[in-house]
Design a protein around this ligand. Structure first.
Ligand code: K1U
Ligand code: ZN
Length: 169
């Protein structure tokens, strides 16, 4: 297993649209293991392949306290969403230290392949529904700060660039 570097906003590579995974093979399974290790090490609850500069439709999530219940979604498709939405506080491993409210569907139903390539339907609500929507946005090249006002987004962009400059110095 390997720890993968996580792209940081405003890296333009975060806006790449991911391509479907054509086969769930050993290469994809190694990527899944590396993404899980990277997510656990970064103390995140989700990670999209886009964030590790792999532009394929693959997401890992683990909401368990014990960090032992991974959920793997390959080629996820939204097949249903609740009519109700809610403002939820979100964070992102690609935008460290920034938390803000984003309006998301309360519940979603998603079809996807699992780590063995089997078809699955996932019914999600609460934090799992929020996390799935956040990660599926990454696969479309969308970062949660794009839901915020241009003023907030520009402040965040400047803050991130300053932090990255200071890290390099
Ligand atoms: O995509 C990512 O960068 C992972 C992100 C997932 C996420 C968290 C919260 C709401 C939506 C999506 C994170 O794991 S951020 C870090 C974190 O563990 C966290 C942050 C806020 C609330 C709950 C957890
Ligand atoms: Zn994120």
């Amino acid at each position: 297993m390997a720890l993968l570097p996580i792209l940081c906003y405003p890296d333009p590579k975060l806006h790449t649209v991911a391509k479907p995974v054509s086969a769930v093979n050993a290469r994809i399974q190694t990527l899944i293991a590396d993404m899980l290790q990277t997510m656990y090490e970064a103390k995140g609850i989700g990670l999209a392949a886009t964030q590790v500069d792999v532009h394929q439709c693959l997401i890992v999530i683990d909401l368990s306290e014990e960090r032992d219940t991974p959920l793997v979604l390959i080629n996820p498709q939204l097949i249903w969403n609740s009519p109700e939405t809610h403002l939820n506080e979100e964070g992102c491993l690609s935008v460290p230290g920034i938390y803000d409210g984003v309006e998301r569907f309360d519940a979603v139903k998603v079809s996807a392949l699992d780590a063995e390539g089997r078809s699955r339907i996932i019914e999600a609500e609460s934090l799992l529904a929020v996390c799935i929507q956040h990660e599926m946005d990454h696969l479309l090249g969308k970062v949660f700060v794009e839901y915020l006002s241009p003023l907030k987004r520009n402040r965040i962009k400047k803050k991130m660039l300053k932090a990255q400059r200071e890290e390099r110095a």
